[in-house]
Write a protein that binds this ligand. Structure first.
Ligand SMILES: [Mg+2]
Length: 313
């Protein structure tokens, strides 16, 4: 598994999932019940196919920072790239940046206006700032933790800091941590059911209080994949998003099926599509060429992922 393809498949799998989901974002699930979208379609917003959104832009900005710092994590550099994304339209698919979340926007404002003493205190702290905005950009950090062979304390501290750049609440940090642990299990070559079961067995009390862990009871105490899809929300609350992501990943047996199921949940379809696409790309590989080929700036992305792999491996 220690090869470049698993990085290309995960990151491009993520970006394809984002681009598949963009046209369906904010739409109600009922719309797709008898009318599933099963292919890349153009979005009303841009009129073209293969356009990815903020989720991919922030993943790209993070990878670019790690490349520019020769394989090191530098929080200022990552935040500066996020500012370039918002203000200078770097790291975007077309000439229109879209999709920045409210919490990310506020936190970048705190950073830009020097309102935080330490950079990891720029993130929003309140309960109402637990959208999926840090979860959606955590995938490059999972690869980093895997290739650098970080131990549990190092992984936890890194994920906490990276999430806290924008999302400081422990619920957000735990969501990112669970996703990173799951990615590392998959990179270690585990079957997905074993990977999920290992993630459920992890001793989260080492880092999190029970009143935070309880928000993830349906994912961690029980097997989320056994629930009926009608009880799985696909909204932007980080817990809801992660539930939907793991449900789609466990209950489907190919990359295509997983991401198609994910985007047809509606609501936050691009983020859920992207996060499912990341897991499924790593696990199955085999990204369909028909989708890969219509991704905007494909060659730029493949070069960037190649450079990223070379500096973290
Ligand atoms: Mg988005």
């Amino acid at each position: 598994m220690m090869n470049k393809n698993v990085v290309i498949n995960g990151i491009m799998g993520f970006i394809i999932g984002d681009a598949l989901g963009v046209p369906l974002e904010f739409k109600k699930r009922e719309l797709f019940k008898n009318n599933k979208v099963t292919d890349m379609i153009s979005s009303d917003r841009t009129g073209i196919k293969g356009v990815w959104s903020d989720d991919s832009s922030m993943v790209i900005a993070t990878m670019k920072s790690i490349i520019d710092n020769n394989g090191k994590i530098n929080y200022e550099s990552i935040m500066n790239n996020f500012i370039l994304w918002v203000s200078n339209k770097d790291f975007i698919a077309t000439d229109k940046a879209f999709g920045i979340g409210r919490t990310t926007f506020f936190a970048l404002g705190n950073y830009y206006n020097k309102r935080c003493d330490r950079i990891t205190e720029c993130g929003m702290k309140g309960f109402n700032y637990n959208g999926n905005g840090s979860l959606m950009r955590i995938l490059p950090i999972a690869y980093y933790a895997y290739y650098k062979k970080l131990n549990d304390d190092e992984i936890y501290n890194l994920v906490k800091d990276i999430s806290s750049l924008t999302h400081s609440h422990k619920i957000s940090i735990l969501g990112c941590f669970i996703y990173v642990l799951l990615v590392i299990e998959l990179l270690n070559g585990k079957e997905k059911e074993i990977a999920y079961s290992n993630v459920r067995r992890y001793k989260y009390t080492k880092y999190f209080d029970l009143d935070i862990i309880k928000y993830y009871d349906r994912l961690l105490k029980n097997d989320i994949s056994q629930l009926n899809i009608d009880s799985i929300s696909s909204m932007g609350f980080v817990v809801d998003t992660l539930e939907a992501v793991i449900w789609c990943f466990i209950n489907n047996d190919s990359y295509d099926k997983s991401v198609i199921e994910a985007i047809n949940l509606g609501n936050d379809s691009d983020t859920i599509g992207a996060l499912v696409g990341g897991l499924s790309g790593i696990y199955y590989g085999n990204l369909p060429n028909k989708w890969l080929d219509c991704i905007v700036k494909k060659d730029y992305l493949l070069k960037l992922i190649n450079d990223y792999y070379n500096c973290i491996k």
